[in-house]
Design a protein around this ligand. Structure first.
Ligand code: TXA
Ligand code: MG
Length: 318
């Protein structure tokens, strides 16, 4: 299959492919997604095949607006509307009770469904023109680093899908915050740009991101975001330099914040603050893993703004 990279003028083509039961990659503000109709089992199966994704890992359903919630969820609490009113379109995914029309393939047999309203115009326009809720995981091969450009998607999906919509680099750069509203106590299952403090005016959340079989979010038990090179974490510039000297023969590179890399005297800077680091992280990992055998990555300060980054970097480190 030939894989075309298209632009805004190709949204009608993308929508017609979706309606015919095909899968299409599209940009969101977080990472690129691989979309299919949430009502079409054949199309959903194609997502799992193209990614090599385990069947027991459920997908997020992407909607264009709050009015579409009832297409996929039932018994929706007022809190869900309040949260989406405030944070959507944007990088917040809610776990709600699923309604009967959503395929069990989307939810991996769970009776809950993950929903979000992405803020990228191309994503919203694709959902509107398809007239369907779109289930979409990140558009990478399973266990690889998530894609933040159309070229990253091409790298992983070339020959496996017919169309990638190119909407530029993803602004946020790490996946959405996943918030479970179906348990007695609301919990963040995956940290993202929307932090517990930002949610606090609406509710108090716990952060529940255990790894392994006990994970409430099935996806978190798999090794995500794994670069091809070996990853070592460094607590300080001094430690990074020591690791660098040890691994240099095997081709190592230091990766960290601007300040950290400057103190090391060499390396790749991800940016000056958390938002900049998030938007550059995956693209940098994809480049660095091809050129180096060892990635020495800064262990970022343990604060709320860094929670999503630390979570992804720890996954990368295995
Ligand atoms: O930013 C994002 O969320 C991106 C873009 C494309 O929207 N999508 C994304 O999808 O990251 P994916 O499939 O790579 O990650 C979805 C996560 C997985 O960890 C999955 O286990 C969890 O959401 N999830 C999905 N449905 C769930 C459910 N019903 N209950 C608990 N966790 C769920
Ligand atoms: Mg993913």
């Amino acid at each position: 299959m030939k894989t075309k990279i298209g632009g805004y003028q190709d949204i009608p083509l993308a929508a017609s492919l979706i309606k015919k039961g095909e899968i299409v990659a599209f940009p969101t503000e977080t990472v690129y997604g691989l979309g299919a109709s949430a009502y079409c089992d054949t199309a959903i199966s194609k997502i799992f095949t193209a990614k090599g994704r385990p069947q027991d890992n459920p997908l997020i359903v992407h909607l264009a607006d709050i009015f579409a919630l009832t297409q996929v969820a039932r018994d929706i609490p007022q809190l869900a509307y309040d949260l989406l009113d405030n944070f959507s379109p944007g990088p917040l995914t809610l776990i709600l009770h699923k309604n009967a029309t959503v395929s069990p393939l989307v939810t991996a047999g769970l009776d809950t469904v993950a929903v979000r309203i992405p803020s990228h115009n191309m994503a919203l326009e694709l959902i509107r023109q398809s007239g369907l809720p779109l289930c979409a995981p990140s558009a990478n091969t399973s266990s690889r680093v998530s894609p933040t450009t159309a070229a990253h998607v091409y790298e992983d999906m070339q020959g496996k899908i017919s169309l990638i919509l190119d909407g530029g680099s993803c602004e946020v750069g790490v996946e959405s915050t996943v918030l479970d509203l179906t348990s007695p106590k609301a919990a963040i299952l995956r940290p993202g740009k929307i932090t517990p403090s930002m949610l606090l005016p609406f509710l108090k959340v716990s952060v529940d991101t255990p790894q392994g079989e006990s994970a409430k979010s099935p996806g978190t038990k798999y090794r995500h975001y794994a670069p091809l090179a070996k990853v070592a974490l460094a607590n300080s510039p001094k430690e990074a330099q020591e690791l660098y000297n040890d691994f240099y023969e095997g081709k190592a590179i230091i990766i960290g914040s601007k300040d950290f890399v400057e103190k090391c005297g060499n390396g790749i800077s991800l940016g000056k603050d958390s938002p900049e680091i998030a938007s550059n992280l995956y693209a940098t990992l994809r480049v660095a893993e091809k050129e180096y055998d060892y990635l020495i990555i800064e262990k970022l300060a343990d604060c709320e703004e860094n929670a999503a980054l630390i979570n992804r970097i720890m996954h990368a480190a295995g």
